[in-house]
Design a protein around this ligand. Structure first.
Ligand code: MN
Length: 520
C-alpha cells in the first residue's frame, strides 16, 4: 500500500471561514488534537501576517510533537521566510511552505508578472527557503486554470531549485476529476524527478468536487493531500479530511493507498473543531453529520442483529462514535471519568480532573446520561478561562404567556461588577438587550441558532450566534441545560471575541509592490 500524507490546514486556510476567530489557546488545543489524529503535516498559520499567528506557530512548534510543522511565506517577500523560520525552527521536523500564482488571472491580478517572471520568482523563493531547511514545499496557486505548459515549466524549475514537495492548488474550486487526472499525468510523464518528489493537491469545494479531485490526484501519483477538519474554509470550504480519509480506507481496494490517520479520533476532532469555530455541520454531511449513520426506521431490520447491515459501507464504531454502553452518569467514579477523558484525548492534571469531576457531578444531577459531547463541552468551557473583558456572573429572566419578558443581569465589565435589567420581546431578547446595554456594544446579530448537544429533553442546549460590527464578523457559542442562559453565554463569548479582533496587531506592513495577499 502507498502512503498518502495528510497535510492539515484547518488552522490556516480553514480559519478563513467567515467569523471563525480563535484564541491562541484554542488553536493550540486543536493542533494537539490534530497530532492525536496523526496528521502528517500541520500548517497552523501565516506567521508574517500578525503577531497572533506568529505566536501560535511558535507555540505549536515548541509544544506539539509528531507531525511536520510548516509555516507559510510569500515567494516575493524574503522577510516572510525569516519570520516563518523563527517560528518553526524549534519543531522536530520543520518545513517551509512558499507559493506563487501560475494562472494568467492570478499572476496578473496579484503579481503583475508574466509566466517567465513568475517562474524566476518561484525559483528564487525555493532557494531562499532551502537556506533554512531541506524540507521545502512549493505551491502553484490556481494551477488548474493555468496553461499546462507553464505549470510544467514552473514545477520543473522549482524541483531543480530544491523543492521537496510540489503542491497544485485549485484555489478557485473549478477543477474536475478529469482535469486533475490530465494535469497530474502530464507531470508524471514530463518530470524526471516525479518519483523523488512528494506531489500534492489543495482543493476547494465550490463545485462539491474537492474530495473527488483529491482522489483523482492520488490515483495519478500524488502522495499528499491538503485537508481541513469538517472541510471548513472560505466560500464552500476545503477538502474535508474525514471524507477523504474515509474514502481511502473504505475503498483501499481501488486506491491501493492508505493514510496514517487514527480513525477513532475522527469524531472527537470533528466535534472539537465544530465547537471552537462555531461552524455547524449539515445533518447529512458525509461521515460526521448527525444523520450519517442514522438509519431510517423503514429500513428492513434483520433477524440476526449481529449481522452487519448490508447498507453500511463504513463501520461507524471505528470512527470514534460513542457506544451506548459508554455513557456516563451520576454513578460514574473519578477514575472512570479520567479514563474517558484519556480516551477522548484529554490529559488532565489531577487538580483539573478534580475540577472537572465537580462540574461533571453538577451536570449529572441535571441530566441522566452524560455523552462524550457533554464531557467535551465541560472541559472546553472550563479551559477557556483566559482573562476576558466581559464575564457573565448572574442571569435571571421572567417570561411566559402573561408577563412582559424581562432580564436581570450581573456581569463584570472590564473588571467592574455591574447589574442592570431590561425588557424584550422574549427572554433571549431581554437578556441580549440588557447585556449589550451593559457592555456598551451594539453589534448586529446576523445569526442565532439553538440545537441540542445530545438526545433527550434534559439535553444541554448549544447556542451559536454570529455578530457583526463594522468589518468584523465573529461567532460565539454557549451551552447549558437552560437555553436562555446558553444564549447569554454565547453572546458574551462573541462580544469578547469582538474585543480581541479589534486589538489584533499586524507586525508586517504590506508595501505597494508586495501587496498581494496570501491566497492559496
Ligand atoms: Mn486554499
Amino acid at each position: 500500500m502507498r502512503q498518502v500524507l495528510i497535510f492539515d490546514t484547518t488552522l490556516r486556510d480553514g480559519l478563513k471561514s467567515p467569523g471563525t476567530i480563535l484564541t491562541i489557546e484554542e488553536k493550540v488545543r486543536i493542533a494537539s488534537q490534530l497530532a492525536r489524529l496523526n496528521v502528517d503535516v500541520l500548517e497552523v498559520g501565516f506567521p508574517a501576517a500578525s503577531q497572533e499567528q506568529y505566536a501560535v506557530v511558535e507555540r505549536v512548534s515548541r509544544e506539539i510533537s509528531g507531525p511536520i510543522i510548516t509555516a507559510l511565506a510569500r515567494a516575493t517577500n524574503p522577510r516572510d521566510f525569516e519570520i516563518a523560520w523563527k517560528t518553526i525552527r524549534a519543531s522536530e521536523r520543520p518545513r517551509l511552505h512558499t507559493f506563487a500564482p501560475i494562472s494568467k488571472e492570478y499572476r496578473e491580478h496579484f503579481l503583475k508578472k508574466d509566466a517567465h517572471q513568475a517562474v524566476e520568482i518561484s525559483v528564487a523563493a525555493v532557494k531562499t527557503a532551502r537556506k533554512y531547511t531541506p524540507d521545502v514545499e512549493f505551491s502553484l496557486v490556481d494551477a488548474f486554470r493555468a496553461d499546462p505548459k507553464e505549470v510544467l515549466e514552473m514545477v520543473r524549475s522549482v524541483v531543480d531549485a530544491g523543492a521537496t514537495v510540489v503542491n497544485l492548488a485549485d484555489t478557485v474550486g473549478r477543477a474536475t476529476p478529469s482535469d486533475v487526472a490530465v494535469l497530474f499525468r502530464l507531470l508524471r510523464e514530463g518530470i524526471d524527478q516525479f518519483g523523488n518528489v512528494t506531489f500534492s493537491i489543495h482543493c476547494h469545494n465550490d463545485l462539491g468536487m474537492a474530495v473527488s479531485n483529491s482522489l483523482a490526484a492520488v490515483m495519478e501519483g500524488a502522495t499528499q493531500v491538503h485537508c481541513t477538519v469538517n472541510g471548513i474554509g472560505e466560500r464552500a470550504g476545503n477538502t474535508p479530511l474525514e471524507e477523504l480519509v474515509a474514502a481511502l480506507s473504505t475503498r483501499s481496494d481501488l486506491f491501493g493507498a492508505e493514510s496514517r490517520i487514527h480513525l477513532d479520533q475522527i469524531y472527537p476532532s470533528s466535534r472539537l473543531v465544530r465547537r471552537l469555530t462555531g461552524v455547524n455541520l449539515q445533518p447529512h454531511k458525509p461521515v460526521v453529520g448527525s444523520n450519517a449513520f442514522f438509519y431510517a426506521s423503514d429500513v428492513p431490520q434483520f433477524a440476526d442483529a449481529t449481522d452487519k447491515p448490508p447498507y453500511e459501507i463504513m463501520h461507524p464504531e471505528k470512527l470514534g462514535i460513542q457506544k451506548t454502553g459508554e455513557l456516563l452518569s451520576s454513578r460514574t467514579t473519578l477514575a472512570e471519568l479520567r479514563n474517558r477523558f484519556e480516551e477522548l484525548g484529554y490529559d488532565l492534571s489531577s487538580e483539573r480532573l478534580q475540577e472537572c469531576y465537580s462540574a461533571f457531578q453538577e451536570l449529572a444531577m441535571k441530566k441522566e446520561q452524560i455523552f462524550d459531547a457533554d464531557l467535551e463541552l465541560l472541559v472546553n468551557t472550563m479551559a477557556v478561562m483566559e482573562p476576558a473583558p466581559f464575564n457573565l456572573l448572574y442571569l435571571k429572566v421572567n417570561a411566559g404567556s402573561i408577563s412582559v419578558p424581562n432580564a436581570t443581569v450581573q456581569m463584570e465589565v472590564n473588571g467592574e461588577v455591574l447589574q442592570d435589567s431590561g425588557f424584550g420581546h422574549g427572554p433571549v431578547d431581554a437578556a441580549f438587550k440588557t447585556i449589550m446595554k451593559m457592555t456598551r456594544r451594539q453589534p448586529r446579530l446576523v445569526r442565532y441558532s439553538v440545537g441540542a448537544v445530545t438526545p433527550g429533553t434534559d439535553a444541554q442546549g448549544e447556542v451559536s450566534i454570529r455578530i457583526e460590527e463594522g468589518s468584523h464578523l465573529v461567532n460565539g457559542r454557549g451551552a447549558d441545560t437552560d437555553i436562555v442562559l446558553a444564549s447569554a453565554k454565547a453572546l458574551v463569548d462573541a462580544l469578547n471575541k469582538l474585543e480581541r479582533v479589534r486589538e489584533e496587531a499586524v507586525i508586517y506592513e504590506f508595501t505597494d509592490e508586495e501587496s498581494w495577499l496570501p491566497k492559496l
